[in-house]
Design a protein around this ligand. Structure first.
Ligand SMILES: Nc1ncnc2c1ncn2[C@@H]1O[C@H](COP(=O)(O)OP(=O)(O)OP(=O)(O)O)[C@@H](O)[C@H]1O
Ligand code: SF4
Ligand SMILES: [Mg+2]
Length: 365
């Protein structure tokens, strides 16, 4: 299953544009409550100091194991969950100053939430079964006071056509549609307000393999047509490879490596990225490369009690006692060449193994 990824080389080679979203030290800590009185006994550090930039027009992949904080980060960026600390600066593209998203007025926040929309993983549970397509897709327009009556119907019809559905289906309910069609409906709902940034949280994970490439290609076509920027959340590194310009790797609430997709896949600069990549399948044996599968020891540590120092040291095969496990000395993200950043104390003395390039993508295959 491959999708087209246009524009990657442009983004890799050009001077980076000013970020659309500039995330600085973002934290989302959930209180852990215990006992009959619900006393707070600790905090799950779901997002624990994330800094990253999303450039206009790019698709940034966010990868990492289940529970590392991908969805929480996406929700915090969409302002569906309140961050505990940090800043998010959004460039509205009008030549003015960036918006400090945490300091927006109620009206400003509504404007932000028109421009930043989310597509969820599960098109079965995320669509209200008692609402017609007209309402599912059109309600955001009504809620934001942007259209009503026949104008609203026209805009819904237009959006349905854009995502590959007939406007004749407008009065039908979600149960009449397949998984792929439902995800098209979710995408139409996300795009109806004319956003600039779409946070797609595992948008194809719940779909049959046979329709995944269609939905990925649709997302990429819409990106070109509507000048969209994507944060593409996925635990599937093959899907990310086929659609993303850049990748951010998350571990226990932190971004541990970022960089353009091809160089990052070819030669990771963080041992955790290397371990994730070692599991990426290559159907052609000639492309499997020299890398051996790295099995990560144990489960992800408890995000309420992350290991001291580098939080990956308990599972890292390259960890050095007295360097990687020193309390209060976590590795910070630092430049690692080719527009890349990595957070590893041993970044300069490790040679890590990636996966060989897949070659040109096959449209719709
Ligand atoms: N509302 C919440 N209250 C308490 N803890 C939460 C809440 N939401 C998420 N968490 C915890 O935060 C951590 C990160 O969860 P999150 O869903 O963001 O991970 P994820 O990377 O999206 O995982 P997956 O790949 O399974 O979707 C997990 O330990 C999760 O249990
Ligand atoms: S800092 Fe140490 S433990 Fe962490 S990734 Fe680098 S080598 Fe491994
Ligand atoms: Mg998730």
């Amino acid at each position: 299953m491959r999708a087209r990824r246009r524009g990657r080389e442009r983004l890799v080679n050009d001077t980076p544009a000013a970020p659309l979203l500039d995330v600085r030290g973002l934290k989302v800590h959930f209180p852990v409550r215990r006992g009959p009185f619900g006393r707070v006994t600790g905090h799950v550090r779901a997002v624990d100091g994330v800094s990253l930039a999303l450039r206009p027009g790019e698709t940034l992949g966010l990868v990492g194991e289940s529970g590392c904080g991908k969805t929480t980060l996406g929700r915090a960026l969409a302002r569906a969950v309140e961050p505990s600390a940090g800043r998010v600066l959004y460039d509205p593209g009008d030549g003015g100053d960036p918006w400090d998203v945490g300091a927006l007025s109620r009206r400003g926040l509504r404007a932000y939430q028109r421009q930043v929309r989310v597509v969820f993983q599960d098109p079965f549970s995320s669509l209200n079964p008692r609402m017609t397509l007209l309402r599912i897709v059109g309600d955001p327009l009504k809620a934001h006071g942007l259209a009503s009556g026949s104008e609203l119907e026209d805009r819904v019809a237009d959006m349905l056509t854009r995502v590959g559905l007939s406007s004749r289906y407008m009065r039908r309910y979600p149960h009449a549609f397949s998984g792929g069609e439902r995800q098209r409906i979710s995408i139409a709902r996300a795009l109806i307000l004319g956003p600039r940034l779409v946070i797609a949280d595992e948008p194809v994970s719940a779909l049959d393999v046979s329709v995944r490439a269609q939905i990925l290609n649709l997302l990429l076509e819409l990106r070109e047509q509507l000048n969209l920027t994507y944060l593409f959340i996925s635990h599937d590194l093959s899907v990310v490879e086929s659609v993303c310009d850049r990748v951010a790797v998350m571990y226990l609430g932190k971004v541990v490596e970022t960089g353009p997709t091809s160089p990052l896949y070819a030669q990771p600069r963080h041992p955790y990225t290397e371990a994730l990549l070692s599991a990426v399948p290559r159907p052609d044996p000639r492309l499997r490369g020299a890398g051996r599968r790295i099995r990560l020891a144990d489960d992800l540590p408890d995000p309420a009690r992350p290991p001291a120092g580098c939080s990956f040291h308990t599972r890292c095969q390259a960890a050095v006692d007295g360097v990687c496990d020193v309390p209060g000395r976590p590795p910070e993200l630092a430049p690692a060449g080719e527009g890349r950043l990595t957070a590893c104390h041993r970044a300069t003395d490790l040679t890590l193994t990636g996966v060989p390039a897949l070659g040109p993508a096959v449209e719709g295959a």
